[in-house]
Ligand binder design. Structure first.
Ligand code: DGP
Ligand code: NA
Ligand code: NA
Length: 216
């Protein structure tokens, strides 16, 4: 039942998980699926390596540059704020009815930086006020299983011991908006579960589910 006082909108869907959890492939597949059934959908990802800040992040991740842990943390956060620039692009898209499937968001920010030893609550502060996802789909995999998937690509964070710490930090970030999906199921089954969650959510957003902001 739709409430005439609430505006119909698209859903803000975030996928999170360790490196090689299959997140990026699942994001692409769900976007194609939603588009194929006629739903306006866009794929976003953080870090967005194409902006000026994103280029600094990319150089850092490939070990071409070194930055203080706090500095890179704030750059990752700035990269998310950039997308709220001026007309708040993210909110505008959602209000126009477009569903956004987002590959990583503030949870990666906090999990990866606090895994280095930075204070957990300090890490959350620069994310405060960003639009909160309507759902966080966490693709759960052990770091050991993830590492078996053809090995890591050699970027800065792709080490077993570090990914173990990241997984612990992700566990500390879980709230009511999270759905945990076993990333070791066959790809099609993972996709099926993701679609179920997203379709249900899109209905709620069409009925005017209100926006909220971090940190809930
Ligand atoms: P990806 O492009 O999704 O493979 O991400 C690149 C790497 O950066 C990956 O190891 C996860 C990490 N990462 C993503 N977002 C953040 C963030 O906001 N802060 C930190 N410290 N690391 C992040
Ligand atoms: Na990666
Ligand atoms: Na990825």
């Amino acid at each position: 039942q739709s409430n005439p006082n609430l505006q119909s909108r698209g859903a803000l869907v975030v996928l999170e998980g360790l490196d090689r959890s299959g997140k990026s492939s699942q994001c692409s597949e769900i976007v194609s699926y939603l588009q194929s059934i006629g739903l306006a959908t866009e794929l976003w990802r953080f870090p967005d390596r194409d902006t000026a800040v994103g280029k600094m992040i990319s150089a850092y991740l490939s070990n071409e540059s070194n930055l203080d842990d706090h500095t890179i943390h704030l750059l990752f956060s700035a990269n998310r704020w950039e997308k709220r620039d001026k007309r708040s692009l993210m909110e505008e898209k959602l209000k126009a009815g477009t569903t956004l499937i987002v590959d990583r968001y503030s949870y990666s920010g906090v999990a990866f930086s606090s895994a280095k030893g930075l204070d957990f609550n300090w890490c959350k502060v620069p994310e405060t006020g960003l639009l909160a996802p309507d759902i966080v789909l966490y693709l759960d995999i052990t770091p050991e299983k993830a590492a078996e998937r053809g090995g890591y690509g050699g970027e800065r964070y792709e080490r077993l011991d570090f990914q173990r710490k990241v997984r612990e930090k992700y566990q500390d970030l879980q709230d009511a908006s999270w759905k945990i999906v076993d990333a070791c199921l066959p790809m099609e089954e993972v996709q099926k579960k993701l679609r179920e969650h997203v379709l249900e959510l899109i209905k709620a957003c069409q009925n005017g589910k209100p926006f909220s902001h971090l940190w809930l």
